[in-house]
Design a protein around this ligand. Structure first.
Ligand SMILES: *Cc1c(COP(=O)(O)O)cnc(C)c1O
Length: 394
């Protein structure tokens, strides 16, 4: 039976700062081509599905017990993976921590290092969840701007200037950045860590998309030994093709990990999640095998968009941020009407498209012809005539 509508005044009053707020999240709509939340478009092979299912069955037999609260085996597996992926010496398991997605990892970090009277900062355009971690933990939130479009570069000078403006306890840097795709030079990370150290502040470098970075682009993991206030956050949701499993992790000085352990809820990582993550890590080669294809597709799509006259932010991630000529919501809607779901995010006039399979990306290119047609010579510039040569093959 439907509940009769009661006046809001009959309900308990939530925290005042939550009044009128909506839960955050990208629209989850049906579409043939899902290019809106930067997932890996390729699902696990039948052999991998079977292997994970076997591990889950084993874990299921013990579900009457609480899971391993410290999950040092999984932390050791993650440490070994990082050593292999980034060429760093394997961290100790005690220097690695995991939770239900890197969102939970960063939320825990703000619980432990933010709070009333403390301030966190990031650089816009940034990932939309960061201010929500701050709101939830009653941490003050500030933003500074990244450099101008289409590069959205962040320099060491920008970061140092922003940090010097007021005392900060936490800075969130993202490399490659979402939604722009921009990777950070390590001198920016070094400068931020050093500047924050003066106030005993924490630097979180969110590397959710690190595995997609172009050759020669370093990971902040290589700086961990030098800066005890540096945390590098990673996830299995993107390159690792495991968004549904919810496994994110971080590496840091073990005293930072131990501090986070104080605020984590007991048994936050289920036995099922631990089993899935460990099985997936054993199959890392297969799960990461799509990365090379996705990087090629990304570079080709960025080039295609540039050829069509869009501004494109250089991307080290599995998505591309680009400008459109028409109203961006109309372009977004027209793409969706044609079965292609992208994300309306970033500065006004920009859209973000995740890199899908070659078929997804071809569908996006086709749909864009209708959604945001290339200007003809006549509409491109009213003072010239349609006889202007050379536009058709531009
Ligand atoms: C997708 C994403 C994450 C990862 O989220 P999970 O909770 O690990 O799924 C983290 N940071 C950024 C910037 C992202 O875009």
């Amino acid at each position: 039976m439907p509940t009769p509508a009661l006046p809001d005044a009959a309900l308990p009053a939530p925290r005042e700062d939550l009044a009128g707020m909506e839960p955050y999240g990208a629209p989850q709509v049906e579409a043939a081509h899902l290019l809106n939340v930067n997932e890996n478009p390729v699902g696990p092979s039948p052999a991998l599905v079977e292997d994970i299912a076997r591990e889950v069955a084993r874990a299921t037999a013990g579900l009457n017990r609480y899971p391993d609260r410290e999950f040092l085996d999984l932390r050791a597996d993650l440490a070994a993976f990082l050593a292999e992926e980034s060429g760093i010496p394997a961290p100790a398991p005690q220097e690695v921590w995991a939770a239900n997605g890197s969102n939970e990892v960063m939320h825990q970090l703000l619980l432990a290092y933010g709070g009333p009277g403390r301030t966190a900062l990031s650089f816009a355009p940034h990932y939309s969840m960061y201010p929500e971690y701050a709101r939830d933990t009653l941490t003050s939130w500030r933003t500074a701007e990244r450099g101008p479009a289409p590069d959205f570069t962040l320099s060491a000078q920008d970061v140092v200037t922003a940090i010097r403006r007021e005392r900060l306890q936490i800075v969130l840097l993202t490399s490659p950045n979402n939604p722009t795709g921009t990777a950070l030079d390590l001198d920016v990370v070094r400068a931020a860590a050093a500047e924050l150290a003066a106030d005993r502040g924490l630097l979180i470098v969110d590397e959710a998309y690190a595995e997609f970075r172009r050759d020669g682009v370093p990971s902040a993991l290589t700086l961990l030994g030098q800066h005890p206030n540096l945390v590098v956050s990673r996830t299995m949701s993107k390159a690792f093709a495991l968004a549904g499993a919810r496994l994110g992790y971080m590496v840091a000085d073990r005293r930072i990990v131990d501090t986070v352990r104080i605020v984590r809820l007991p048994y936050h990582l289920s036995a099922i999640t631990q089993a899935v993550a460990r099985a997936a890590l054993r199959h890392r080669r297969e799960l990461l095998s799509t990365v090379a294809m996705l990087r090629r597709e990304r570079d080709a799509l960025a080039e295609h968009l540039r050829q069509r006259g869009h501004d494109v932010a250089p991307s080290d991630a599995n998505f591309v941020l680009f400008t459109v000529r028409r109203d961006r919501h109309e372009v977004w809607q027209s793409l969706l009407d044609q079965g292609v779901l992208v994300r309306e995010v970033g500065p006004p006039g920009w859209l973000r498209v995740s890199i899908g399979t070659p078929e997804d990306n071809a569908a996006f290119r086709r749909a864009l012809e209708t959604a945001d047609p290339e200007p003809t010579a006549a509409t491109a510039d009213d003072t010239t005539t349609a006889t202007t040569p050379g536009r058709e093959d531009a």
